[in-house]
Design a protein around this ligand. Structure first.
Ligand code: GLA
Ligand code: GLA
Length: 693
């Protein structure tokens, strides 16, 4: 709560008055945390790149720009430990204190993505080995090997030092471990770890040989040391290698989590910045011991694709099934895309609010100012090389001001959905390992379901198949290729209990070892469905399909279904293939069956957008599902956050023309005058936050 010194200044106007350095300087630090808005604007700041005499000016500009938090420290190892065992944390301590004086909180990054030159020179085994056997070199980043025992020890030590210094600092609100995990090492030490990991998992070579069917091509192993390190080609080995990478990165992360937890207040969160759909590791596993998930949201070339970007926010929210952070996002442009075009005026704000609507509680720009040299000189920033604001600065300041305005309304709220889309790393890895049609992109398939669901219902979760399913009235698994027994049991329970399960093509084909199920697809779910896949076909040409959802095309993939078994009679054929390769002609493409108190539906083809929309309308009708606020003009995104007796909508016009949204009941316009309105006018790329309760 507010201390005596600040009680005269309300939470809201504290953040609206720029230039509060003097007032803040007199505040006890603990009160700053209470004063922070619920929705934060941030920037990545690298004080080590600038003379200390410059810091006050930067922080003053940040404060005037309504920036509430800076992320510091990641990549600063050579300054924090200039020589082995000699730590110099004082400079960063001064930066943290100075930020506090400007009312700016700090997320402390651990520097393990950038080991100093002395370290890798003296201990070359800490350097990663690329897949082709070459050693990584100093001069870039991520050259440290996350599996090297010695490297992990150095990471633990620097993290401990930092945690001891800032674990109780009231101005440090949280921690980011490393930066964008993913670089891996193919050295002998890692290879042995892989073999040991397999030994622990399978216990006997017989078990491993059996599950991987190693009689095939004489792959049979008679000693653990014979097992090659993936990716190796054998689908069983490949899937296990991905899981091993996941386990290794989790261990690498765990060492730092442990070091921080041992020396910090529970108030400080721990996160790591992920990269959306990047699939080098299973993000559900690495999220487990983090307090919140965060990701780096970059458009690169072109412009915001609202559906795809929204889907990635929902993916990230699903990692911990709670609100998340956008730890980095582009201030206009990046430096690494084929063409680094700038986002349009207003588009940065449109993106920021999209993040908040999807459940982000912070949006942070990368970066505040470019280092004068180094690989990223051309990247977008908020101030220029001369240290004064670039044109985008004002738009970002507006975002910060709006976050403050909307904080009271949004505090304690989160998106809630009746529909879940299941996404599984195992299934993505399995399909990507053997696409069979090179254009069969599992994320693209997911998007084909996500897009109409988001449009028609305005709220959807993306979660792991291991998540609790009871909260959902509809569960869609676009391509659950790997179907472990426990997941199939839970899906059967879900349907019998009254849920509607919709499976997409390629579902239920593999077991947890990436081996073919001995039942045809969808494997253990065949009896529930009363039908099975007779045969699958990769498609060169579209195939006509028609039925109760109307007519359209199957693309890329088509499965010939057949009602079968004891429950066959109750199986309803919803779509049938037209004339194509002879095999598919007149055969079922979609089958649905009422089962228990619920329903299961199998969609055997990648359907075009029109059919997907009709299919979604059917699912919505069947489930008596309602959009959060509806109907709205095309291109307007409606995002609802609820909680603490509140219902708040973020409305975004993603089009380039003005749009009007009629509200079903009067609501307050939070970003504008706070007045009650029954319709909201949104200019091109315009945003409003409206509060129902
Ligand atoms: C070649 C090989 C076979 C098999 C087939 C698959 O002919 O000799 O072992 O791999 O290709 O098309
Ligand atoms: C990533 C990194 C940052 C920076 C940006 C540039 O997100 O985490 O350090 O390199 O890309 O877009």
């Amino acid at each position: 709560m507010q201390s005596n010194q600040t009680s005269c200044v309300t939470r809201r106007c504290r953040w609206q008055i720029a230039g509060l350095a003097l007032l803040c300087a007199t505040l006890p630090l603990a009160s700053l945390a209470d004063e922070r808005p619920a929705i934060l604007l941030g920037a990545a700041w690298y004080p080590e790149q600038w003379p200390e005499s410059r810091w006050p000016e930067d922080l003053k500009l940040m404060q005037a720009g309504h920036i509430h938090v800076v992320r510091v420290g990641e990549f600063a190892w050579s300054r924090l430990e200039p020589q082995e065992g000699q730590f110099d944390l004082d400079w960063l301590d001064r930066a943290v204190a100075l930020a506090a004086q400007h009312g700016i909180g700090v997320v402390m990054g651990t520097p393990s993505a950038a080991p100093p030159a002395w370290l890798t020179q003296k201990y070359p085994e800490t350097l990663r080995t690329e897949q082709d056997g070459r050693k990584a070199k100093h001069g870039n980043r991520q050259q440290g090997s996350p599996t090297s025992v010695r490297y992990r020890e150095f990471c633990r030590r620097i993290t401990q030092q930092m945690a001891q210094r800032w674990g109780h600092n009231p101005n440090v609100i949280g921690w980011q471990i490393d930066n964008e995990y993913g670089a891996f090492s193919w050295d002998d030490e890692t290879h042995r770890q892989f073999q040991d990991w397999l030994r622990k998992k399978y216990e006997t070579l017989d078990a491993l040989n059996r599950h991987w069917t190693t009689e095939y091509w004489s792959q049979t192993y008679t000693d653990w040391s014979q097992i090659p390190m993936g990716p190796g080609g054998n689908p069983g080995l490949d899937l296990e290698f991905k899981r091993f990478v996941t386990a290794s990165l989790r261990d690498f992360q765990h060492i730092q989590v442990e070091a921080i937890r041992a020396a910090s207040d529970p108030r400080q969160f721990i996160t790591s910045n992920f990269m959306g759909w990047y699939d080098v590791f299973d993000h559900y596993v690495l999220s487990q011991e983090l307090d919140l998930a965060s990701w780096d949201d970059y458009v690169g070339s072109g412009h915001l694709d609202a559906a795809r970007n929204g889907m990635t926010h929902d993916l990230t929210r699903g990692f911990k099934r709670k609100n998340f952070w956008v730890m980095e996002t582009q201030p206009g442009s990046v430096n690494w895309a084929p063409v680094n075009n700038v986002l349009d005026r207003g588009e940065v704000r449109e993106m920021a609010w999209q993040a908040i609507g999807h459940g982000a509680d912070a949006v942070s720009y990368w970066q505040w100012r470019s280092a004068l040299n180094g690989q990223e000189e051309y990247h977008g920033t908020l101030v220029g090389a001369d240290g004064t604001p670039v044109p985008l600065y004002d738009e970002v300041a507006q975002i910060g001001r709006e976050f403050e305005q909307a904080s009271e309304a949004l505090a304690g709220t989160s998106p809630v959905a009746d529909v879940a889309i299941l996404q599984s790393y195992d299934s993505r890895w399995a399909i990507n390992g053997q696409r069979h049609n090179r254009n069969f992109d599992p994320v693209g398939l997911l998007l084909s379901y996500y897009r109409p669901v988001r449009e028609l219902l305005q709220q959807v979760d993306i979660v792991s198949p291991d998540a609790p399913l009871a909260p959902y009235r509809l569960v869609i698994a676009p391509g659950l290729n790997v179907l472990p027994d426990d997941v199939s049991r839970r899906l059967i329970e879900y349907v019998n209990g009254g849920g509607h399960l919709v499976l997409g093509p390629r579902s239920g084909m593999k077991d947890t070892y990436n081996a073919l199920q001995t039942a045809r697809q969808p494997g253990p779910l065949v009896p529930l469905l009363g039908a099975r896949v007779e045969q699958y076909y990769a498609l060169n040409d579209d195939v006509p399909v028609s039925g109760v959802w109307g007519g359209g095309k199957a693309r890329l993939w088509a499965e010939q279904l057949k009602a079968q078994g004891a429950n066959a009679e109750a199986a309803e054929i919803l779509l049938t293939y037209g004339e194509s390769n002879g095999w598919l002609d007149g055969q079922p493409a979609v089958i649905s069956r009422k089962a228990g108190k619920g329903r299961i539906t199998y969609i055997g083809a990648w359907l075009d957008d029109t059919l997907m929309r009709a299919a979604t309308q059917w699912m919505v009708r069947l489930g008596s599902l309602e959009p959060a606020l509806g109907p709205v003009p095309e291109g307007v995104e409606v995002l609802r956050r609820v909680g603490a007796g509140k219902e708040v909508f973020v409305l975004i016009n993603h089009t380039k023309t003005p749009q009007r949204v009629a509200l079903p009941r009067p609501m307050r316009r939070v970003l504008h005058d706070g007045a009650t309105a029954t319709a909201i006018d949104l200019p091109p790329r315009g945003v409003e936050v409206s509060r129902g309760r």
